[in-house]
Write a protein that binds this ligand. Structure first.
Ligand SMILES: [Zn+2]
Length: 477
């Protein structure tokens, strides 16, 4: 193996291709592909959970999500296993452009191994990390890209870092929009690298850096890309647009972890499903492609379910046209009106944009008929209804338009309904009429109780109580 010869200080980011022989690495990748053996009987114990978590959130969020994969075994074991997964995942029937990307990803993994070996040998600093910018392949026809799972609607891309500190291999990946906006090419230029343009060049130009350059790791790289894209850009999106639902950089790790914790039940379901399918695959009942497409179908159902339980995901996961129908399905479910719920979910699935993430249950055609609810839709709705019970409350926007908590965020439960609106639904009332009539002060104070601005809330509560007391005095008099 090629190695650095002397300890290398990383005073500025360097291109991996400057210190490792890329041609040799590509040749090695090709040899690995030629000698691959697809069937794998070994698995990390928690690998299906890792796959489920990253698969679900890749589809649920188009930008501004950070996913983390940390090794459970030694760095060397994790390196070997990851490489084997990538190599065995090779499919000969893929189009050439996708094969080229996958080859680059195998080379990226080989670079990870080199960096990790050089850290262990004391030739690179312990906080050295490998950075990869994976942009949307804009040179490819839209259909082909969306068919292979690329986020066409927002030209979704990824920035990732792989680090090896304290004996733990850690991958962090941030999703971003408009990844083909030239910010990646500018990022290379601003670091003094001439790599040429285009997603393929970018993908095959790993950077090695340390915390000295990027103290907050991949988040700092994303921040730098946004700054290069122009003023007021975050995760590749304009901050000005209404309804932009992304965390600030400083909150990204925490918000992403909380999102994933909320979908714990769905992650477990998908992981269990993968385990069942793996058994069928390992005994030769189904092919590798069958296995992947079965898991994909199940994942799409669970994404639909999560969009009913939290419609704020619907925009990214299913496209703008589907949002209103997911919100209506959520409200129907919260109010216990399942017949209406089926209809709304069916409309949501029919209106889903395959470019946001392919549709399941619907067929992409709009159904005019009011009663054309498929069995699959009914099943997904009922599954979501069952999982409502385990859905954790989290800060968010109440889905009820007339809710007095809006436009502030408040604690919302399943179907993104706040406690007050849920109480109204539970009584069989409609918040639309209720909010016009009674309990306004209670509702307002309740909604402010949920905000972080405690002192302002307390002042308002005091004023509200005062006003209510005055009213009572007036009534009594
Ligand atoms: Zn509400």
């Amino acid at each position: 193996m090629e190695r650095l010869e002397a300890k290398r200080e990383i005073v500025r980011p360097i291109l991996a291709n400057e210190i490792y022989d890329r041609q040799e690495l590509e040749a090695q990748a090709v040899r690995l592909i030629e000698n691959r053996q697809q069937i794998e009987h070994d698995q990390w114990e928690r690998e299906p959970e890792v796959n489920a978590r990253s698969g679900l959130f890749e589809e649920l969020t188009a930008k501004g999500h950070l996913s983390v994969i940390e090794s459970e075994e030694s760095v060397d074991e994790t390196n070997q296993r990851t490489l084997r997964r990538l190599v065995n995942g090779w499919v000969n029937s893929l189009p050439d452009w996708e094969k080229e990307r996958r080859l680059s990803e195998i080379v990226e993994e080989l670079i990870n191994h080199k960096v990790s070996a050089d850290i262990q040998a004391g030739l690179l600093p312990t906080d050295a990390m490998v950075l990869t910018i994976s942009n949307f392949p804009s040179e490819v026809p839209e259909r082909a890209a969306s068919g292979l799972g690329y986020g066409v609607l927002n030209a979704k891309g990824m920035v990732r870092s792989t680090s090896f500190e304290n004996g733990v291999r850690r991958l962090e990946q941030v999703s971003r929009s408009n990844s083909n906006d030239g910010s990646a090419e500018q990022f290379y230029m601003s670091n003094g690298f001439m790599i040429g343009g285009g997603a393929t060049r970018v993908l095959s130009s790993q950077i090695i850096a340390t915390k000295r350059q990027f103290p907050n790791g991949v988040i700092d790289v994303q921040r730098a890309l946004d700054a290069l894209a122009g003023p007021g850009i975050i995760y590749g999106e304009s901050r000005q647009q209404p309804g932009l639902n992304v965390p600030e950089y400083g909150d990204l790790r925490e918000v992403s972890a909380n999102r994933e914790a909320q979908a714990e039940v769905q992650i477990k379901k998908l992981a269990d499903y993968e385990r069942q399918i793996n058994i069928k695959y390992q005994v030769g009942q189904i092919s590798y492609e069958d296995k992947l497409s079965a898991i994909n179908r199940r994942r799409k159902e669970l994404v639909n379910e999560i969009c009913v339980l939290n419609p704020s995901y619907a925009h990214d996961a299913r496209g703008q046209a589907a949002v209103i129908h997911f919100e209506n399905a959520a409200m129907a479910m919260a109010s216990g009106n399942d017949e209406a719920g089926y209809q709304h979910l069916q409309k949501a699935l029919d209106a889903s944009d395959p470019r946001a993430g392919a549709v399941c249950g619907g067929n992409g055609l709009t159904t005019e008929s009011q009663n054309n609810v498929s069995a699959a839709t009914r099943r997904q709705y009922l599954e979501a209804k069952e999982d409502r019970k385990n859905w954790k409350w989290k800060e968010g926007l109440c889905v009820v338009q007339r809710c007095p908590s809006r436009p502030q965020k408040t604690q919302v439960g399943p179907c993104s309904v706040c406690r007050n609106c849920q109480k109204i639904f539970d009584k069989g009332d409609n918040p639309k009429t209720v909010y016009g009539v009674v309990g306004f002060i209670d509702l307002i104070t309740e909604s402010f109780r949920q905000t972080k601005r405690e002192t302002e809330f307390e002042q308002r509560q005091k004023r509200a109580r005062q006003a209510a007391a005055n009213q009572n005095i007036n009534k009594a008099a």
